[in-house]
Design a protein around this ligand. Structure first.
Ligand code: SF4
Length: 797
């Protein structure tokens, strides 16, 4: 995710009074004080971190002997300590250098970018003059072009007195803000130390959960917590971390959710917690660009979007207004942004620097270019992370570290690409053909990446980057209107793929899929992550403490291994607030839902549903492994037991249709909603009271057996010695327990769950069901024998 360079600073000390010392890095100081003009995120292929380091080394290698690099500098002005590392110094010429790597024509560099670079260099200039007693100094901005390897140098001579005046002016402009922030931090921490629990008492299990989270914060470690629905997990995890924040000197708390409802629950819980606080707690909601953007038809720069024009000039007022507002949820940020004429999406990124709690999607911390993780690492924040419904992180992690390239895209580009790119794209096409040559099946999976292909991808990526840097407007119009967008999209895909290629290992596979595209045979190349652990482990290491919680976070080893948590990560299970008397769990031993037995199972399942409905009319959910299976049973039910009202989930339901499906679960209503397990209705929905009185689950939820899952099984077997369990059984049972969890949502609820398949009776499977359930084996034939409806009686005659 791109982010504008942040214009603000991290205060490294929380002073107890106005005279206490504050500390700030040079870059952060200048980004706060010396930024002005438009937000400009026009696409320019920016150097990677590695390219930046190599560029700096190359420049330093060209300098004479005695050249110094990475010079640590620090000084204090009044109560502000400023520190940083200057790039390079040539003592012979008494010239201090600030080195920047770039691609493309420097003439197109926005003036405010250059001004910021000069500001940094002048601050370093004064720090060096002061440290070494120089009365004057040459300052040089050195721009190193990664494409041509040429240097463009802008040099100025400065007197030490002038540099000092510039430096002091920056400090004065920053200190007022820094004091205000330090005062906020002190008041916040004083209030959090006595934060009251927002309810009269803890619910059963909630206190134990809160204590475990508190201990994790104190120890600075990871924690896995399995806690059932209804326990109050959100408050039970937020409260102890906020209480621990002052003692643990936590800068930030991140609450990460897999879905929007999870974010809303957190915002609601934080609103309640804030009611008991005498100080302001800044809670920010981060929203995806497609939901926060006010001008989706425009681009993020001042020539295109009015909310990018003068963004940095108006940011201070927008920031102040947002921080003072009662809420910085999506609506609150939008209101402040539009009142000051700035973009709400980019304002929210700026506000992340000054917020106490940030609520957002997983990707803000775990994705390849995650904003919160990058800030936490860069600013050395001490942060605590809460991962809501953490069972989702395994699959989401796999998606974040998987990248695909489509041959059809390359084919199209080779027709429209500008002439200088034809050669690298042709070379890539040849390496591509070579990589897939001889593949006899539609899908093939490999343990290694073809070296020639990777080389061709890297070369093509570098050449496309250079070309785009030289031609920011894209290919000429006669190359086709879509060409610029296509070239850019292809470049981003290449970049994602090659970055993962650099980190390729036994956590991933390289696979090739053949399919028809526009009627022609085509291939897709994919680096597919199977085990996200190696990618996620460094993210956990960045945080002071991380708490992963869910109603289904077991077995512990499975999540510990696949997510890359340290081996000693504690796992706790909170007591359920529900008792076995609330939920009758029936295991059906005489029906098999295996593929080969499906046709035979359709009638018995329909009869079972009808019998249960007759015994206790009400709203039920019935879950199946596929739409075909669902339709077969629903049709049989309609035919044999037409008195049972029913409605069905269909493939690709949109939001209004999903809403309609759920709206049929009215209090006191009657009927059966048919759904697929693992779909929209299997988790994350709340139907309390008699809106839902029971569920039928006619599948173990095992993922489909296909080449990808079989490869995953092999890999997990080799790595953890538990291939089938990790690839099939545990993910399947997790979906079953999640779906069954829809029935009991409060201590007043009563209901029944039917687990329909003989394999549910196996001890290994029963052991994966929640401890508070007391399942009973109930043959369907015996149960349905009591059915009195006319169809059943007809069958019995
Ligand atoms: S409103 Fe949309 S287009 Fe404009 S700067 Fe914000 S995100 Fe970019």
């Amino acid at each position: 995710m791109p982010t504008p360079a942040s214009p603000s600073a991290t205060l490294s000390a929380a002073p107890s009074g106005p005279a206490a010392t504050l500390a700030v890095a040079v870059r952060a100081l200048c980004e706060f004080t010396a930024r002005s003009g438009d937000l400009d995120l026009r696409f320019t292929p920016s150097p990677t971190a590695l390219e930046g380091i190599l560029g700096h080394q190359l420049v330093a290698g060209r300098r004479p002997a005695g050249y110094e690099t990475e010079i640590a500098l620090q000084t204090t002005f009044e109560s502000l300590t400023v520190r940083g590392r200057a790039d390079g110094f040539d003592p012979a010429r008494q010239r201090l250098e600030e080195i920047k790597t770039h691609r493309g024509d420097l003439a197109r560099q926005p003036a405010n970018h250059r001004a910021l670079h000069w500001a940094q260099l002048k601050v370093y200039g004064w720090l060096l003059c002061e440290a070494r007693g120089y009365e004057h100094l040459a300052l040089a901005l050195v721009y190193f072009d990664l494409g041509t390897q040429a240097e463009t140098v802008f040099e100025e001579d400065w007197q030490a007195d002038d540099l000092r005046a510039f430096f002091e002016d920056q400090c004065r402009r920053f200190t007022g803000w820094a004091r205000q922030e330090a005062a906020h931090r002190a008041a916040r921490d004083a209030a959090l130390a006595h934060l009251p629990f927002p309810h009269p008492d803890f619910r059963p299990g909630q206190r134990a959960l809160a204590q475990a989270v508190w201990r994790a914060a104190r120890r600075g470690c990871e924690l896995m917590a399995q806690a059932p629905t209804g326990i109050g997990k959100t408050v039970g995890t937020l409260f102890p971390l906020l209480r621990a924040a002052p003692g643990e000197r936590l800068d930030k708390l991140f609450f990460l959710a897999a879905r929007t409802p999870g974010r809303q629950l957190a915002l609601d819980a934080l609103a309640r917690l804030r009611e008991g606080l005498p100080a302001h707690l800044r809670v920010l909601e981060l929203t995806a660009r497609d939901k926060a953007c006010e001008h989706p038809d425009k681009a993020c720069h001042g020539d295109s979007c009015p909310l990018a024009r003068g963004f940095w000039d108006r940011l201070p007022a927008a920031r102040a207004q947002a921080l003072a507002a009662p809420s910085m949820d999506q609506a609150g940020v939008r209101e402040a942004a539009l009142a000051q004429g700035v973009c709400p999406y980019w304002l929210s990124h700026e506000l992340a620097l000054w917020s106490d709690v940030v609520v957002g999607d997983y990707n803000y911390f775990f994705d390849t270019s995650a904003l919160l993780h990058a800030l936490a690492a860069d600013r050395e924040w001490r942060c605590a992370v809460l991962v809501d419904e953490a069972h989702n992180l395994v699959e989401r992690g796999r998606q974040m570290y998987t990248a695909t390239l489509h041959e059809v895209q390359l084919r199209g580009l080779r027709k429209t690409a500008p002439a200088p790119l034809k050669k690298p794209l042709d070379r890539l096409a040849r390496a591509w053909r070579e990589a897939v040559r001889g593949q006899a099946t539609d899908y093939a999976c490999h343990d290694d990446l073809p070296a020639r292909l990777v080389q061709a991808l890297q070369q093509a990526g570098a050449e496309v980057a250079d070309w785009l840097a030289e031609h920011p407007a894209g290919p000429p119009a006669d190359a086709g209107a879509a060409a610029a967008g296509e070239l850019q999209a292809f470049y981003f895909d290449l970049l994602a793929f090659t970055r993962l290629a650099d980190r390729f290992g036994d956590h991933s596979v390289f696979d090739v899929t053949r399919r028809l595209a526009h009627g022609k045979p085509s291939t897709e190349l994919c680096i597919r992550n199977l085990v996200p652990a190696p990618h996620l482990a460094p993210r956990f290491a960045t945080a002071h403490a991380t708490v992963l919680f869910s109603a289904t976070l077991g077995p512990a080893d499975f999540y510990r291994d696949t997510l890359g948590l340290p081996a000693q990560t504690p796992w706790v299970e909170a007591d359920s607030p529900f008792d076995a008397g609330q939920l009758a769990v029936r295991l059906v031993p005489d029906i098999s839902t295996r593929w080969a037995d499906r046709a035979r199972s359709v009638g018995p399942i329909a009869d079972l549903i009808a019998a249960q409905y007759e015994q206790a009319p009400g709203n039920y959910l019935a879950f199946f492994s596929s739409y075909d299976y669902l339709d077969a049973v629903a049709s049989r039910l309609a035919q044999a037991h037409p008195q049972v009202p029913q409605w069905r989930q269909t493939a690709g339901m949109r939001e209004p249709e999903r809403h309609e499906f759920l709206a049929r679960f009215t209090p006191g209503g009657q009927g059966v909603g048919f759904a697929v397990l693992g779909g929209s209705f299997g988790e994350g929905i709340d139907l309390p009271g008699d809106r839902l009185v029971g569920a039928f689950i006619a599948t173990l939820g095992l993922p489909q057996v296909n080449p990808v899952n079989e490869k995953m099984k092999q890999r997990l077997q080799a790595r953890f010695g538990a291939g089938f369990d990790y690839a099939y059984l545990y993910p399947g049972l997790r979906k079953v327990v999640q779906a069954a969890g829809r029935v009991i949502r409060s201590r007043q609820d009563r209901g029944v769950v039917w687990l329909i398949d003989d394999r549910f009776c196996r001890p290994q499977v029963r052991a994966l069901l929640p401890a508070w359930w007391h399942p009973q084996v109930q043959p369907w034939a015996q149960f349905a024998a009591g059915l009195s409806d006319p169809a059943r009686q007809r069958e019995g005659q």
